[in-house]
Design a protein around this ligand. Sequence first.
Ligand SMILES: O=CC(=O)O
Length: 329
Amino acid sequence: MSSCSAARQAFKVLITHPNVPTPALDLLRSRGGELIVCQSVPPLRSEIISKVGGVDAILWAHYQPLNAAILNAAGAKLRAVSTMSSGIDYVDVPEFKRRSIPLGHTPGVVRNSVADLAIGLMIAAGRNFHAGRCEIDSSQWRTEQIDWMMGQEIRDSVVGFFGFGGIGQAIAKRLQSWDVAKILYTTRTRKLNDGDYKAEHVPFEQLLRESDFLVVASPLTEETREKFDALAFAQMKRSAVFVNVARGGLVKQSDLHDALKSGRIFSAGLDVTTPEPLPADDPILKLPNCVVLPHMGTQTWKTTIEMGLLAANNILNALEGKPMIKPAY
Ligand SMILES: O=CC(=O)O
């Protein structure tokens, strides 16, 4: 039997969220998939556990812990799992490795929408969007003052990246037409071919010292957890704009709060926080120099559909005995 006809045999896929885009579901059905779709929003772990038994594959469409409990409940037939996310910090990857269950994720397709949002945050934080709005709300609109709401420009600035994978490079690509002075980046292992973006690989301390805009675009790992703490903020320029589009866990948020409140750094733009969802009374939301978004870097239909299709194709490949398109390990 060819691998193609094997894939056309019926197989069961658990879809952990009712709003996974239709093209992904249609693709799985067209290849013989019987879909079991969880209905609760936000997803209930009890529903997942009750429905996952005996499936061949799981399309995991949210950031809940994906761990041994789920794999145990799924049972021995499970042959493929794909998240619908680029970051997989909520997945127990060693457990997948131990059981040799193929695990996929969806990097690459997220890079453009996240890069657009990162540029938005650089401008919003650098140019005081939130502080300006707060001034309107408190009837403090002071255009008569020349030095009111003075911000930081991207032009002639040094933009530093902590993490320079697909998302960081997509941001750098956009910045090529913004007349920046220099692009720096810090990565753990790789020194990339910098030629494309005229970017320079530098040690972390230099990145902190020299960046006017510092953009965090790195996976959250044990090594990067709370990398940005009081010590890091103390080494940054007072005029620095800090942007995080990766994961809240890379930042010690109470230290960021203090650095912003004391004016140790100029401002921050965050698409990710700790925790998520962020309670409405969190102190970071009270700061005029911090723009906070509710983790919406990939929230466009174009990207979400691409993520769904990539997750579905990861699963189909694994069920056919082929490597996933984007394996997570
Ligand atoms: O945060 C978004 C993702 O990991 O895809």
